[in-house]
Design a protein around this ligand. Structure first.
Ligand code: URA
Length: 197
């Protein structure tokens, strides 16, 4: 199977296994992930918002516009990356996803990462970061690449995580805009191989 076919299979598994049926009921659609399955760089947000729910693509609303600006600041576009969320259905009224909802989607997220095999996983915001680095303060660790071992279903994965503030936070707190743009520079050393777009 190609990487695209393997990703399609994971998406089909989420639907077949009826993961988070209450969220599935209120959401318009599953927002699985978008971008280049051969990407070195994966971004992981929290959960889809209204626009993502309507279009089926992650980070297409206001936070996504700022994400595009940050990508352009390091000469990347969305098609050089793969973008997804921990939780794949929009929570009603954009409430925070619960611990149970995040845990329910984690095995599928790990499978997505197993297919893409990125050089670096960039977690956007504290919800996403906490799934890989528990008990952290995003204010203390943002912008610093970290090596982590995550064991789930008997499989230990070794990943490099770069935790960042969530781009939406910069929409409410203008001071975080320059912090995020600075932190984005730390992605540059991980852009190692020419990608097959
Ligand atoms: N915020 C997220 O965390 N993910 C999206 O896809 C959009 C906004």
């Amino acid at each position: 199977m190609t990487k695209t076919e393997r990703l399609e299979q994971i998406k089909a598994d989420i639907i077949a296994q009826n993961i988070c049926p209450n969220l599935a009921k209120t959401a318009k659609q599953l927002v699985f992930g978008h971008g280049n399955p051969n990407a070195n760089i994966v971004f992981i947000g929290e959960a889809p918002g209204k626009k993502e729910d309507a279009t089926g693509e992650p980070f297409v609303g206001a936070a996504g516009v700022f994400l595009n600006t940050m990508l352009a600041s390091i000469q990347l576009s969305r098609t050089d990356t793969y973008i997804t969320n921990i939780v794949k259905y929009r929570p009603p009224d954009n409430r925070d996803p619960s611990k149970e909802e995040k845990e329910a989607f984690m095995p599928f997220l790990f499978e997505q990462m197993d297919v893409i095999e990125p050089t670096i996983i960039i977690t956007l915001g504290r919800h996403s970061t906490a799934c890989f680095i528990p008990d952290m303060q995003i204010s203390e660790i943002h912008g610093q690449p970290m090596e982590v071992n995550v064991t789930a279903s008997g499989i230990t994965r070794h990943w490099t995580i770069l935790p960042l503030y969530h781009p939406a936070a910069a929409l409410y707190n203008g001071g975080l805009r320059s912090t995020l743009l600075n932190d984005f520079q730390n992605i540059l050393p991980f852009i190692t191989k020419k990608q097959n777009l």
